[in-house]
Design a protein around this ligand. Structure first.
Ligand code: ADP
Length: 406
């Protein structure tokens, strides 16, 4: 099945077409600065090995951008289809499914209204995701649309993990609980890790494999998975919780928020900006949120860069430690996302203190840059350490296919 996968953000639109039979990406692209001046567009066709980069195009809104994408998909030079009817389904990334949507959802007139209602839980993401679905239903009314939720994989968490110790009525009235994010990525790398363990000859234990998945990108989260089911995850009610991230603070004492707002007379919006956009690595290092720049500055002796780097690695270790106990051991630790896949320095720093648990990184192998999914652990390591290239688009296409086939 040839599936168009869409990730519709507030000012950007990522798309790809995936052939689920071969699991091959045929084309992928990005529209940027939608609704802002100097909109941009880039695309790569893997079948024809053609690329267009940064062609300026005016995208006053998402509808115009999606119309443009459809035209590109049937373009005789750059496209992959002769007509848009050849798109067999559209899989949409939707950040929040709330408690209601814990599986991929075939969109209809009724459930799209329910989906709109839960947008209040993720006001920065869901409205744009839902808009993408609505526009595609308008442009291609005969093609099925499937929503795949970032929160869905985490729906197996037990109440003791997802509840916050605040008055119970806030859960009942406002649905305040831990939801977790990056679920599509964690699910994808779990499946790859399972395959790699089997290939390595690690027998599936009674109760299934125990995996700690570390998705480390600009946003970052860690998930404890046992036999394909999430037991706990580091992000919370929103993607602000958990690890030290590029610009997000991760876990902090909630009283800090109240204190800063009081001291500086900040509005909710101003405080949200501070915690979401000016904290994390950027807040400590001060110069950049980018892991490459952070690492370079640290290696050049910048003290604040070193502090931010150490804090990042320390926050990762604390989750690995607690999830090790939760899972009662671990068969594999997975590093994925831009940092997890590329930063040998971060992987080493995280693994340095784990050796007493028989989690042994092969430092030499860790430093060699190779593409693909790799086992980075020493032969005698009780726990495997995998670098796995995440592929959320592929996972969305597989989920879409499975739902429609089923
Ligand atoms: P997003 O959460 O936006 O999808 P990514 O998964 O693309 O983010 O990860 C972005 C992060 O990955 C940035 O901090 C970037 O510096 C880091 N990164 C990308 N390539 C490398 C590299 N070669 N070495 C170290 N860090 C890298």
């Amino acid at each position: 099945m040839k599936i168009l996968v869409l990730n519709s953000g507030s000012s950007s639109l990522k798309f790809s077409v995936i052939d689920t039979a071969s699991e091959v990406v045929l084309i992928k692209g990005l529209c940027e600065r939608i609704g802002i001046e100097n909109s941009r567009f880039s695309i790569k066709n893997f079948v024809k090995n053609k690329k267009i980069d940064k062609i300026p195009e005016l995208f006053p809104n998402h509808k115009r951008a999606l119309e443009f994408v459809l035209n590109v998909l049937v373009d005789s030079e750059f496209g992959v289809f002769e007509t848009v009817d050849q798109i067999q389904a559209i899989g949409h990334r939707v950040v929040h499914g709330g408690e209601e949507f814990t599986e991929p959802l075939l969109i209809n007139d009724k459930n799209i209204l329910s989906l709109e209602k839960i947008s209040t839980l993720a006001p920065l993401h869901n409205p744009a995701n839902v808009m993408g679905i609505k526009v595609m239903r308008e442009l291609l009314p005969n093609i099925p649309n499937v929503a795949v939720f970032d929160t869905a994989f985490h729906s197996t968490m037990p109440a003791k993990a997802f509840m916050y110790a605040i008055p119970y009525e806030e859960y009942e009235k406002l649905k305040i609980r831990k939801y977790g994010f990056h679920g599509t990525s964690h699910k994808y790398v779990y499946k790859v890790a399972e395959k790699l363990l089997l290939e390595k000859g690690v027998n599936k234990p009674y109760g299934g494999y125990k995996i700690i998945s570390c998705h480390l990108g600009n946003g970052a989260s860690i998930t404890a998975i046992k036999d394909g089911k999430v037991l706990d995850t580091s992000m919370g009610f929103t993607p602000l919780a958990g690890l030290v991230m590029g610009t997000r603070c991760g876990d902090i004492d909630p009283s800090i928020v109240l204190h800063i707002m009081q001291e500086y007379h900040l509005s909710v919006e101003e405080m949200s900006q501070k915690l979401n956009k000016r904290s994390g690595v950027l807040g400590i290092f001060g110069k950049s949120s980018d892991n490459r720049e952070l690492t370079e500055a640290m290696l050049n002796g910048d003290e604040r860069a070193k502090l931010a780097f150490d804090m990042l690695a320390y926050s990762i270790q604390k989750f690995i430690g607690s999830y090790y106990i939760l899972l009662q051991g671990v068969d594999a630790i997975v590093f994925t996302g831009g940092i997890g896949e590329n930063s040998s320095e971060t992987r080493q720093k995280v693994c340095e203190n784990l050796e007493f648990m028989n989690i042994n990184l092969d430092y030499d192998k860790n430093k060699i840059r190779v593409s693909g999914d790799v086992d980075l652990s020493l032969e005698n390591s009780k726990t495997s350490i995998f670098k796995i290239e995440t592929n959320e688009e592929l996972m969305i296409s597989i989920e879409t296919y499975n739902l429609l086939k089923g």
